[in-house]
Ligand binder design. Structure first.
Ligand code: IVH
Length: 666
């Protein structure tokens, strides 16, 4: 039995906590510390010692508890009491003015005052406080339901665990990573052989959705709060007052927020912010213009997904000018030889870009891209940066044309570009580049999901001759792993553990992991569900394959060719002997409201990520495929739809807006 804390100790702990909270607030929220780091550590150590001596003193809101919770298996789902809506977009000053005209008409106001704020490109979260204590934090999820990530949000220093006054309210904000921290985080990951995050938003989203809060705690996350779910007691009359209230309670509010007396000031605000964008130090993809008078919100109301009192002014994709130092080729796991521009490093949207995909030879010819050219590059969303255009006026005559190599730079085998295809491929059967890329794909998250096995480790294993194909991974011993550079006993044990659990990933993932050409996640899932186990699939003929909903001619032939190859059959046998489960995890026959219905999605949905929308369809027995055909039942259309929409119209496929889709899955 540990002794109960005497009153003096209790008082001392309270005093220390108060001091630490105050200094946390100065440091993390106001960015204006009053004491040195050493003095701060001293206070923290004193509190830790006291709590260790008297464990009954530990409270969930103690500053020592920011990293305390044990990892969980999954996140619980939480229902948002007030839905977390998204924002309608405006792409020009004109669209902002029509937003103003509409809003004035609906509200009956002659002139409307607005608040302008940066539209932060991070992850939206909800924070619930009861009597001033943080009791729950959740992701936005689909807007109605999110994930309970309380333990993770508690680790973010600028999330107050206790407010400066005992208020009961739900606050909304955006979790972000600053560019500088993002760069450092990626450098650290590279040093450990872990793959870098593509951009700060992915890094922030990945970090708050960690099952182990200790991992989240080690990530440099920050938050800005900008909204209210609900509040007990007096509601602030204006949005500006709300921001002041949040600031008073101890939340971090973005310093770029401004009152705009009318829409012209709001337009000027958007332009000013866009101009300032690159200097903010964090990713902002637009400005949000909100009606200041909150009393009008109810009258203005909302559509199914967006409130009528706010609009997002979207900035153009960030571009930069740099020089192509060289064009090199990259060999992928299917042998595809892809030209890649090596760029003089340049910052675009907070990410240092040093290469850009050039797709294939035809692309290079069409844009007349040469080595030594000055070019405009752009990062749009998640995609790898691309070369938008060449600045021909900066040519000196020294530029060189690119020629696709005849032989693979990695194994020396011939590079072949079949008639009518854009892609050139290495035909070497034992090309190490193909092997390494294939292994990286095999262990990746959507495939076998082997945690802790990054590209650097795989490269070491291939180089050391320990791994010649995916099945060899399952024969690795603790000794072999622990003897590699940057691997200790502990990491070796972790890798072995995740390899072990990956054996039960199921046929869906195994089929995707094998890297059969044209077999993506969707097709792999359909094949696994249709055939149930790998033997039935390997024995299937062309017609059997064509009976699978998402399988067309090209895929059927590719699957047949894959299993025709003795080496591939042998790999399957070796995986089987290693104990990898080769049966499907899901029942073969679909059931549910959308059973048998075939969906295709195009464009960006505002309330769901692609993956979420697909999950909704599948969990109701529907199927999702990547292209529209006569067999498609529905095309779900989001923002900026692609050519699939034209194709669906041509074929008379039923087209669903996002709202109609929601209706259907409800
Ligand atoms: S207000 C109902 N303010 O944008 C109003 N949202 O497209 C929506 N976002 O999910 C929230 N910065 O993740 C608001 N200053 C800001 C924002 C902001 C970023 C995000 C948020 C939301 C998305 C809506």
């Amino acid at each position: 039995m540990t002794p109960e804390a005497p009153p003096e100790a209790r008082e001392e702990a309270r005093r220390l906590r108060e001091q630490i909270e105050y200094h946390n607030y100065r440091y993390y929220v106001l960015d204006d510390p009053q004491i040195t780091d050493a003095e701060y550590d001293h206070l923290m150590q004193a509190l830790l010692r006291l709590e260790e001596q008297y464990p009954d003193l530990v409270t969930p809101d103690s500053p020592t508890q920011r990293v305390g919770a044990p990892p969980s298996d999954a996140f619980a789902t939480v229902e948002h009491q007030v839905p977390m809506l998204s924002l309608a977009n405006a792409f020009s000053a004109e669209e902002l003015r029509s937003f103003d005209a509409r809003t004035r008409r609906l509200s009956g106001a002659e002139q409307l005052e607005y608040v302008g704020e940066p539209k932060l490109d991070g992850l939206a979260v909800s924070l619930i406080y009861e009597d001033g204590v943080l009791v729950r934090g959740a992701t936005r999820g689909d807007g109605q339901r999110g994930e309970d990530i309380t333990a993770n949000l508690r680790t973010i220093r600028s999330v107050p665990l206790r407010l400066r006054r005992p208020a009961t309210l739900e606050v909304r904000g955006e979790v972000i990573i600053r560019h500088e921290d993002f760069r450092r985080l990626n450098e650290e990951r590279a040093a450990r052989g872990e793959p870098p995050f593509a951009n700060p938003r992915n890094a922030a989203a990945g970090s708050v959705r960690q099952l182990d809060p200790r991992v989240t705690a080690a990530r440099p996350l920050d938050i800005f709060c900008y909204g209210l779910g609900r509040i007990e007691g007096q509601e602030p009359a204006t949005h500006w007052e709300l921001l002041e209230l949040l600031r008073d309670l101890g939340f971090k509010v973005n310093p770029e927020a401004r009152i705009c007396r009318d829409i012209e000031e709001a337009v000027a605000y958007c332009r000013g912010l866009e101009e300032k964008r690159a200097r903010l130090g964090y990713s902002v993809d637009g400005a949000v213009i909100k009606v200041n008078d909150r009393r009008l919100y109810e009258r203005l109301g909302a559509t199914a997904k967006t409130p009528r009192w706010a609009v997002a002014f979207k900035f153009a994709a960030e571009q930069a000018v740099t020089q192509i130092e060289d064009i090199v080729v990259n060999v992928g796991r299917t042998g595809a030889v892809t030209p890649m521009a090596r760029l003089r490093p340049v910052a675009v949207g907070g990410v240092t870009v040093s290469r850009a995909s050039l797709h294939n030879e035809d692309y290079i010819r069409a844009k007349d891209i040469r080595i030594g050219d000055w070019v405009v590059v752009q990062r749009a969303g998640d995609v790898i940066p691309e070369v938008v255009r060449v600045l021909a006026e900066r040519r000196t005559g020294q530029e060189r044309e690119f020629r696709m190599p005849d032989t693979c730079p990695v194994c020396g085998a011939r590079v072949v570009r079949p008639e009518g295809e854009a892609v050139a491929r290495c035909i070497g059967t034992s090309c190490p580049a193909k092997l390494l890329e294939g292994l990286i794909h095999f262990v990746s998250r959507p495939a076998m999901n082997v945690e802790g096995m990054g590209p650097a480790l795989l490269a070491q294993l291939v180089e050391a001759g320990l791994v010649h194909d995916a099945a060899d991974l399952y024969r690795l011993t603790h000794e072999q792993l622990a003897s590699l550079e940057r691997m200790g006993d502990k990491s070796a044990a972790n890798v072995l553990r995740s390899l072990e659990s990956s054996k039960d990933a199921g046929l869906e993932r195994v089929l995707f992991a094998l890297g059969i050409r044209h077999v993506g996640e969707n097709v792999a899932r359909d094949l696994a569900r249709h055939f149930g186990d790998i033997d039935r699939l390997m024995n299937a003929g062309y017609d059997d394959l064509m009976a699978v909903p998402s399988v067309g001619e090209k895929i059927a032939r590719s699957v047949l060719a894959y299993f025709d190859e003795p080496r591939n059959r042998e790999l399957v046998e070796r995986l089987r002997r290693a104990g990898v489960r080769l049966t499907a995890s899901q029942p073969a026959a679909p059931s549910g409201a959308l059973a048998g219905k075939r969906f295709v999605i195009t464009g960006t949905l505002s309330r769901y990520s692609r993956r979420e929308a697909e999950e909704h369809i599948r969990s109701r027995g529907g199927q999702v495929s990547g292209s529209v055909s006569r067999n498609t039942d529905y095309l779900v259309v989001g923002d900026n739809p692609g050519s699939k929409l034209d194709r669906a119209r041509e074929l008379g496929v039923r087209i669903l807006t996002e709202a109609e889709f929601e209706e259907l899955i409800r």
